[in-house]
Design a protein. Structure first.
Length: 179
């Protein structure tokens, strides 16, 4: 059995949209090393369409470092009911029976979900997330797409590792708490 890990850069007020616009001042070599640590056990990547579009525009032209090389080589699954093709190498569109397909993928390998707040909300609702890894920047934006649900549904998590990274980000590893 594999594991599904969600990882994302967020603000103190749960915003995950466009982290490249606000996380820079808090990013350090330690942040990169931590991300590599989180990425290492992943066999495949699962992304929502918006995150996939951003990654597919940025990562294929990069190489020579662990993250770029792993992102480009690993199988990628993009959840979308509107895409007709996914051009980034090793990419597959998941458009039907999304929870079932993700459940089957998780059964056979370690899956990492990077960002993808809309997808994460669905995964949480379906109980498919085994681990959350949030890199929280000490900034409040006041608006933007939120990483975690705001629909009144309660999800209790257990912090298994808090780590303050050089640069000021707080890395939180969490698992769903037993009911």
């Amino acid at each position: 059995m594999g594991k599904l890990t969600v990882t994302a850069f967020t603000t103190l007020d749960n915003v995950a949209e466009d982290p490249h616009l606000w996380s820079g001042p808090f990013f350090s070599e330690a942040t990169g090393a931590f991300n590599d640590e989180v990425l290492a056990p992943a066999d495949s990547m699962l992304l929502g369409r918006v995150t996939y579009d951003g990654f597919a525009a940025a990562w294929p032209s990069r190489s020579g470092n662990y993250t770029a090389d792993k992102f480009n080589a690993m199988p990628k699954y993009v959840v979308s009911t509107t895409m007709e093709h996914a051009d980034w190498n090793n990419s597959t569109i998941v458009a039907e029976d999304i929870p079932g397909r993700i459940r089957a993928l998780r059964e056979r390998e370690n899956v990492i979900v990077w960002g993808s707040p809309t997808l994460v909300k669905t995964l949480m609702k379906e109980g498919l997330v085994d681990e959350y890894v949030l890199l929280v920047s000490p900034i409040v934006l006041g608006r933007g797409k939120k990483m975690l649900p705001e629909d009144g549904t309660r999800h209790t998590l257990r912090i298994v590792e808090p780590r303050l990274l050089e640069g000021g980000m707080l890395a939180l590893r969490m698992t769903p708490a037993a009911p």
